[in-house]
Design a protein. Sequence first.
Length: 445
Amino acid sequence: MSTPQNIPVQPVLGIGFGPANLSTAIAVQDRGLLEHCHFIERSPGFQWQNEQMLAGADIQNNPFRDLVMPRDPGHEYTFIRYLYDRGDLTSYLHYNAKFALRNEYNGYLNWVASHFDDHVTYRQEVRDVTVVQDPAGAECFEVRTLDRIWRARHLLLGTGRSPNIPEEFGAGSPRVFHASRYLSSMARLSDERAALRTVAVVGSSQSAIEIVLNLLGRPDVERVVSIQRGIGFRLKDTSPFSRRVFLPEFIDYFHPLPLETKKSLRAQLRAVNYGACDQDVIERLTTVQRDYAQRGSDRFALAPFSRVHAVDADGDGPLTLTLADINNGSTSTLGADAVVLATGYRDFGTDADDEQCHPLLRSVRDRIGVHSDGTPRVHRDYSLDFAGPDDELSIYLNGLCEASHGMGDAGALAVLSTRADDIAESLGARLSARRRAPAGLLRVS
Ligand SMILES: Cc1cc2nc3c(=O)[nH]c(=O)nc-3n(C[C@H](O)[C@H](O)[C@H](O)COP(=O)(O)OP(=O)(O)OC[C@H]3O[C@@H](n4cnc5c(N)ncnc54)[C@H](O)[C@@H]3O)c2cc1C
């Protein structure tokens, strides 16, 4: 491990190298600034939602709204360019689907990422971020992974949001796992047991229904129970009017609104992205359900209006879930060999499913300006309100700003390229302000 004295101070360090920081790497490269940036990523190589790379799943964004196209249609890293370069464009156009398959979009993202290999160090899971002084006495960020220390003036935090694991499921059995661990957990369970009698899936989102369908297609799973607080899987609000949340101008409208107004607007627009599913998967599940009904099979069951109160594990035996009906309070129990939590991801906020700030920023919390509810203030350029000398230190939140910038921000590829452009523009201004500093004040990193 480097000693603190000889660690070079990187102008810009990206934490996480998913689609958000990949798109930003391109925008930074387009401005001739990539030499100032390095990215670190915990995975052994580039990956995109590999725990839910399910056969037949498609993407939810218009494939043209890729890493670059909305800001530069002629760019060398468009999805269309990817298809063309691999001789697949005509076949894709012939296929004529509205949405590309998740697997093929993953191929596109991997193809773009491979052009940035020299600027990414993989297998670096960040554990902590602090502010320290460099040997010249200037402040910089110190970023610690298991085996390395990195230093930088500006951070691009692009880790994706934290999985939401409701309290009643926390610190429990390894047979209770979040959807973000789905494929690896199922592979582990398959190694341990020949068959799973019942698998419960908690949640009503797109991920929940995709996982239910995937489980029903597995010969080693005998029965699937979908547990939901509502009546059953609901359709996403796909009205083009509602989906304006994914337009950059919506972010301009949303960002200056007062905190409470933002909260109520997000609640009003929730079904655009959360607790709701696309029509194709709802139709697939109802067809499967009808087929089972004809054959007298109980392979799929729905537990609607249900809330899980407790999960009890007894050795290797089935887990016991205690359920309560949300409307009439009646309780019941369900035995399950595994429980998949399709319970979403956490935004900044004060509700039970939220977190006040990103966990990696815990050691620098006292430097971050906050709103009256304790959540961080994030500027329109996605940088945190961070106490320190102007332009010297900054933390950009890349893909974590649903609470401050609106629904389009956190979970969607649709806004990625324009957000990357906003961040690269702001970062460029900060870097050149530093270069313009009088010679006596310029600290060499
Ligand atoms: C199954 C699934 C499918 C989806 N499909 C779509 C879709 O079709 N269209 C759409 O618009 N949105 C989709 N989404 C929303 C999703 O948020 C975006 O697709 C996209 O993944 C967001 O990119 P990101 O870079 O912000 O986050 P992520 O893709 O989560 O990438 C973050 C990266 O940071 C790394 N990382 C995390 N913590 C650390 C750490 N401590 N140290 C180092 N590295 C770290 C992770 O390994 C990861 O590679 C989907 C989400 C899911 C769960």
